[in-house]
Design a protein around this ligand. Structure first.
Ligand code: SAM
Length: 334
């Protein structure tokens, strides 16, 4: 059942002491500190609870218990790989990723939720690692993987602040919609940036300070006037989405216990201070440059200046509210 981990054991480390790991019959053991980790339904439980009395512990536990109750995104109408591929085809970004990530490489998704992207990317010849704190989400991911025999996908319970992989193990690390649910997104970024190989890429998706304004306004309206005003959210008005899926979206967007908001300029500073070169972003960080349907994701683009960022993000306030005000940044490790 643990073939994925067995085949890639060379890159795993103990989240507590960074020692090498050994897979026993019923559990995983650290050869250095002798900590043991359980395996549940084929998922190695390598999650390390943050140290006592830290803000990180409070936020991680609060967000973890929220997602244990509300795994995101749901598999409501995705029964098999064909459905997943069809869903990906409708998303320009997922489609471009699958076309442009080379074969035969290791890809890490941090905060994979229910693992739809990890499972999807593993349908082509790549080894993909989906990690998350939330066990109920990982179980849904694992169930889909097993039902569809996706052997190149593996799911692991991990706290991104205590990684379970050696530094520089991956040519590509993806972390979409996760860091803004942590106590310190910059420290979280630094923690996963270490896992990227030199010359490799990181893709970060975060709530945008401007892009999120409409969601914040709607949250207040729902709180004051009640949920009968749910039609104000464009996604909750759509006829082609099931009620279950709308409910999951509503909880994720409006009832999440913790979120922060970020800007293009801020992530550029993260890149600069961690030896990453800016490569690309969605939306583009320079005005009059637009993201095309055959965009070369990993080709270098201009960073834009503060005025470009201001205009691009102001536009995101209106156009981005359908996607919850997310923006994506791609960096390459020097
Ligand atoms: C909004 S969901 C995003 C899921 C997926 N990336 C997507 O785009 O659909 C946020 C995910 O981040 C995970 N998460 C939050 N804090 C985390 C942490 N410290 N380490 C790992 N995952 C974390 C949550 O459990 C949740 O599954």
């Amino acid at each position: 059942m643990l073939e994925h981990m067995v085949e890639n054991l060379d890159i795993f480390i103990c989240p507590a002491c960074r020692g090498d790991l050994e897979i026993k019959d019923e559990h995983i053991a650290c050869l250095k500190c002798h900590n043991t980790y359980r395996i549940e339904d084929g998922i190695p439980l390598l999650f390390l609870t943050p140290k006592d009395n830290s803000i990180e512990k409070d936020v991680t536990n609060m967000v973890k218990s929220f997602y244990e109750r509300t795994p995101f995104p749901d598999y409501d109408d995705l029964e098999n790989v064909e459905h997943l591929i069809e869903k990906a085809r409708r998303s320009v970004f997922m489609h471009l990723l699958n076309e442009q990530i080379p074969f035969n490489i290791r890809v890490l998704e941090v905060g994979c939720g229910t693992g739809q992207l990890t499972n999807f990317l593993s349908t082509a010849s790549r080894v993909v690692f989906g990690t998350d704190t939330c066990l109920n989400s990982l179980k849904l991911a694992q169930e889909f993987k097993e039902k569809n025999n996706l052997k190149r996908a593996g799911f692991y319970q991990m706290n991104l602040f205590s990684p379970i992989f050696k530094d520089e193990s991956f040519p590509l690390v993806i972390c979409n919609g996760v860091l803004h649910h942590t106590s310190d997104p910059f420290v979280g970024f630094q923690s996963i940036a270490r896992l990227v190989k030199r010359g490799g890429y990181i893709i970060i998706g975060l709530y945008n300070k401007y892009g999120r304004i409409m969601t914040d306004i709607r949250r207040v309206i729902f709180k004051v006037l009640g949920e009968r005003f749910m039609f104000l959210d464009p996604r909750l008005r759509r006829d082609d989405i099931s009620d279950a899926r709308k409910h999951t979206w509503f909880l994720d967007q409006y009832k999440n216990p913790y979120e922060s908001k970020h800007t293009i300029g801020e992530v550029l500073r993260w890149f600069d201070s961690s030896s990453f070169t800016f490569i690309n972003s969605v939306p583009k960080s320079k005005v009059f440059h637009s993201f095309s349907e055959d965009e070369a994701l990993f080709s270098q683009n201009p960073r834009g200046n503060w005025f470009d960022h201001f205009l691009v993000q102001t536009k995101l306030m209106f156009s981005g509210s359908r996607e919850g005000g997310l923006f994506l940044m791609i960096g390459m490790k020097k």
